[in-house]
Design a binder for this molecule. Sequence first.
Ligand SMILES: CC(C)(COP(=O)(O)OP(=O)(O)OC[C@H]1O[C@@H](n2cnc3c(N)ncnc32)[C@H](O)[C@@H]1OP(=O)(O)O)[C@@H](O)C(=O)NCCC(=O)NCCS
Length: 205
Amino acid sequence: MVDQDSAENGEEKGDVVIRRAREEDIPYVMEVNVRSLPENYWYGFYKYILERWPEAFLVAEVKGRIVGYAMSRVETVADPVLRGLQSELEGGMEAIKARLSRLLQPLHIKTADVGRVGHLVSIAVLEEYRGRGIGSRLLGETIRVMKEVYNVESIYLEVRVSNLVAMRLYEKYGFVKVRRIRGYYMDGEDAYVMVLRLKPLPVDA
Ligand SMILES: CC(C)(COP(=O)(O)OP(=O)(O)OC[C@H]1O[C@@H](n2cnc3c(N)ncnc32)[C@H](O)[C@@H]1OP(=O)(O)O)[C@@H](O)C(=O)NCCC(=O)NCCS
């Protein structure tokens, strides 16, 4: 676990440093994004996320070069699927319950109408740096920050149904497929919504 001070300064392992993004990193983050994904965003979008949820925007740096990033935001939602309280896909809820029962007992409270959830908006690592655990460390640190700093009840994300590498990474951290969105991407591909429930399930869920 990384304490506040070392998270601020970056968590080092070998020559890869995972640290909070700074505004001057944004052009390099945009370059990693454009080289890695068809979903690209304008500068102001990155800047807004960084200003609003500064701890949830992480970069991976190797010898001073930005080689990866993970960018998340916090949302208040009523959708029980995004909160990890319901699944639209077979086996989704059973998988969430099986994972939680090992960690957390159900809470004897009634489900609130809305909940605070984390949304992993985008994560990427430059191709030549993949397969070295950088994506895993970015995701692991994102989960820690979402839990400890932003106190969310779940984290969700969208992933292309063909992106097996990313799905395997998310599943490794306990994310479960809970919804399929037809034609979610610009080219018409479907997305899976995957959720990691971080808090106990209310007994009525
Ligand atoms: C998904 C992504 C961020 C993973 O980054 P990474 O630094 O390679 O991740 P890791 O090295 O931690 O590997 C994570 C898992 O990916 C899988 N993986 C990594 N490299 C792989 C490869 N060359 N071939 C197949 N699977 C691979 C493995 O399952 C690995 O977990 P394991 O080593 O514990 O088995 C990276 O592949 C990427 O940037 N892809 C393009 C952008 C993208 O698809 N983003 C996600 C959008 S939803």
